[in-house]
Design a binder for this molecule. Sequence first.
Ligand code: C2E
Ligand code: MG
Ligand code: MG
Length: 569
Amino acid sequence: MPGTDSILRFCRALLVDDKVSMENFSKAAALYCKDYDLAKVVPATDIPDGSPRSMGMNSPKGPVKPSTVHKELIIYEDPDITEYGEPIRQGYKIGDVGKADSLSYPKKGKEYTEAELNEIEIIQAMSFYYFGRIRLEETIQKSAMTQYLTGLPNSGGYMARVSEIFNSGNIGNYDAYYINVKGFGMVSKKFGFRQGDEMIRQFAHAIAGFVSEDEIVAHLGGDNFVALVKKAHYAAFVAMLSEVTVHAVQGDKTVDVKLGTTIGVWHIDKDMRELSELISLPAIALNAAKNVLHQPICHVSDELLYQVSEQKRVLERFPAAIRNREFVLFYQPKVDSKTNMLAGAEALVRWQGSDEIIPPGAFIPILEREGAIRALDLYVLEQACMDIRKWIDMGLEPVQVSVNISRKDLDDRTLPFQICDMIDRYKLDHNLIQIEITETTDETEHGIMADFLSKLYDMGISTAIDDFGSGYSSLSTLRNFKISTLKIDRSFINNDTFSKNDEIILSDIIHMAGMLGVEVITEGVERPDQLEFMQKVGCNLIQGFLYDRPLPTDVFTERLKDKVYNISF
Ligand code: C2E
Ligand code: MG
Ligand code: MG
């Protein structure tokens, strides 16, 4: 019968395992209804619905005020009863303005004693506060799953929602995206951080508004977003992401700012191994789009994943490979084709792996991208200096050896002095080393490169522009750089027939270079007709397979003994 025992039983049922849960709550409410002949219990009315969608997220029409959406929570209802009496009602204040009622509906015709009504009021009060705890826990959990700035799910919220889709077995219908707002650092700097935040908020609303209820957009923070969008919406979503217009205030005007994006996409296939791949794989594609391909979009593919794993392997093995001196130098002769005499050599690095020789194309671009190339370039320079010193000590007359320096090394302004110190350490004439560097079109790099080359040049170290003509070389290369040598790229001679235009351009460049005291060499000469063409336009210095491939040190040492090539073409 109702009484203190009922109240205690209710309390015990609520606090099983000290766990706040809806399940415990409805079990306790069922006991209480049975004891007091109640038909329905509503612990709180007028509850704002705090779900993200009602808070304006994912809503194309903009934010909906939270307080405009309400629901009534029924914690227990007797399914057999359709008619009930007047509820026993208790009002509670929530904060300064809110209010809610707690209601218990008796079975029709049920009368209560004064004592029973008091007991019901106690239980109602407890229910109200218990329900408050549940809401509080929900809110804490929701905010832990939400990005504070935009209100979109954060990575935790994203994973929680994608796992629902994964568990439903429909994940194969979706594409997973990683989205980065292009150049947002600059935009934010221009308009200030507060407006930057506001623009990110607008951007978030624009993309969240675009997707439908069963798709997800999440904000990882900063200018990074992820999304799970139906395959059928791929084209429309990508088109939408190509330009999102947001607004900013500049002075007293509101201006449109068009934000572009870089996107990594994974067309999800059955081979998904773990849920985290929904973020990590598109992130790999985004990184490739941004840093390797320099394109707005990249898709996850087997080839891309292979390249990334290769890259990881190279970077992991690199420090030990340097320590163990696994990098070896090959020397490719440069020949004066008029006299057939050895005139110099280029040091070209190879990675002597345990069972194979790895060509530079397989590791140099990776080391350059990851900022690790300087260690290798200095290693090659030192090995070249050591080899020249050895040749001199053997009584051989060495030739000038050129060493490639990556443009990525130039951030270090002390590099010319390090190069000079290295040459001095092996007591070599400065002119025995030439530094080759490829030309650049980048304005800032141009200045840094001019400074680098002029420092070397002034210290008597020979300088060369590599692959001249492969990019957008301009006369400014000849005008602004202090260089000893221009190395004409093989693309000029890489054809079956030679173009009249190339002939005119090359003759002029070679003539101009000659007048400026700059030596010219052509690389990649493989055939006698190519040699003939280069001689015709005035270039006699040749590096190419026609004379020699890059040679191991011992073979090249033999070339140094007898510098003459006894061949005629
Ligand atoms: P590069 O400096 O332009 O070197 C010339 C490349 O052309 C070499 O390839 C050479 O073997 C190749 N070559 C020379 N003659 C011929 C020919 O007649 N026909 C053909 N098909 N190819 C020819 P390699 O050794 O594979 O080097 C490729 C690139 O790797 C180099 O281009 C250079 O940019 C880079 N590299 C090599 N060693 C180093 C290094 O120590 N440091 C840096 N930063 N880069 C290096
Ligand atoms: Mg080179
Ligand atoms: Mg070259």
